[in-house]
Design a protein around this ligand. Structure first.
Ligand code: PMP
Length: 307
């Protein structure tokens, strides 16, 4: 996915030109992946650009940092304001926002707790992550031969740089076989999530999703989907999912900031139902995109940039 560069990047308190946003090659994060980050979207609305659940994403960033004993040298309020300022300066509407907090230069020891913690926020234009077609027609996925990181190895609750080595292995494998995405099973063999998305199954009118004990990232979009579903009067349950549930489900879909809400058309080349987007998936998508477009915001999820 090519990056559409913007004008400025926020780096530890300053707005620097895009190509000047550099760090030392021996930074701890480059050596050991010691960074935590977020992926956030802003949407163009009649009241100007609005950031989707900005505070919730920043809270998760602070929690990710806490797990890794990283002290963010800025307050949540400062990062909140910096994010909005960045969008204004870059004149962005539909954007992807990536705050990153990372251990900088100063040691070659894996214990980086003595080196300076730095923070950056990057924001740029982003369209549909898995293609416009996927949103309506669904995508084809495979169950990866790679297992998801186990609970006592790398904590999946932290959105940390290093977690995505596991994601990379799975998604590269899936792409090499011609699939759009991968689904990973957890350490116990139950369905965990996609390489960068949470997963939902619809069976007999009930929505099922793996519990937090299945080594998932607790997605903000996952939470939004759960709340939207309950608003629609649909029951949502957290359940361990055997792989074959994906084959016999009525509907399967992914949720994530980049992917938004996207139907899964097939798993391991087995069609989900008749291979067409299901009605419950469609209803949730419709509600989600209405909220994002600023047409309704029943849960106060939109944070307007220009107020
Ligand atoms: N799981 C993983 C591994 C992810 O990278 C993401 C994307 N951040 C998600 C789930 C979905 O989380 P969210 O809805 O907060 O973007």
């Amino acid at each position: 996915m090519p990056i559409k560069e913007a004008k400025y990047i926020w780096m530890s308190g300053e707005f620097v030109p895009w190509w000047d946003a550099k760090i030392h090659v021996l930074s701890h994060v480059v050596q050991y992946g010691s960074g935590v980050f977020e992926g956030i979207r802003s949407y163009d609305t009649p009241k100007g650009p609005a950031i989707f659940r900005l505070k919730d994403h920043l809270k998760r960033l602070y929690n990710s940092a806490k797990i890794y004993r990283i002290e963010i040298p800025f307050s949540l309020e400062q990062l909140n304001n910096a994010t909005k300022e960045l969008l204004k300066k870059n004149e962005l509407k539909n954007s992807y926002i990536r705050p990153i907090v990372y251990r900088g230069y100063g040691t070659i020891h894996p214990d980086g707790s003595e080196v300076k913690v730095e923070a950056s926020i990057i924001a740029f234009d982003l369209g549909k992550f898995l293609g416009d077609k996927g949103v309506n027609e669904g995508i084809d996925v495979m169950v990866s031969s790679w297992r998801k990181i186990a609970p006592d190895t790398i904590p999946s609750f932290a959105k940390a740089d290093g977690n995505y080595l596991n994601s990379q292995l799975a998604v590269m494998e899936a792409h090499s076989y011609g699939f759009n995405e991968a689904i990973l099973l957890d350490n116990f063999g139950f369905v965990s999530e996609g390489s960068g998305e949470n997963i939902f199954v619809v069976k007999d009118g009930v929505i099922l999703t793996p519990p937090v004990s299945s080594s998932i990232l607790e997605g903000i979009t996952r939470d939004s989907v759960i709340k939207i579903s309950r608003d629609l009067g649909i029951e949502v349950r957290y359940e361990n999912m055997p792989r074959e549930l994906l084959y016999v489900a009525d509907e399967v879909f992914f949720s994530g900031t980049a992917a938004e809400v996207i139907p899964i058309r097939s798993v391991d080349n087995i069609l989900v139902n008749n291979g067409k987007r299901g009605e419950i998936t469609r209803l949730i998508q419709e509600k989600f995109f209405k909220i994002a477009a600023g047409e309704e915001d029943t849960h106060n999820w939109l944070d307007y940039v220009n107020v």
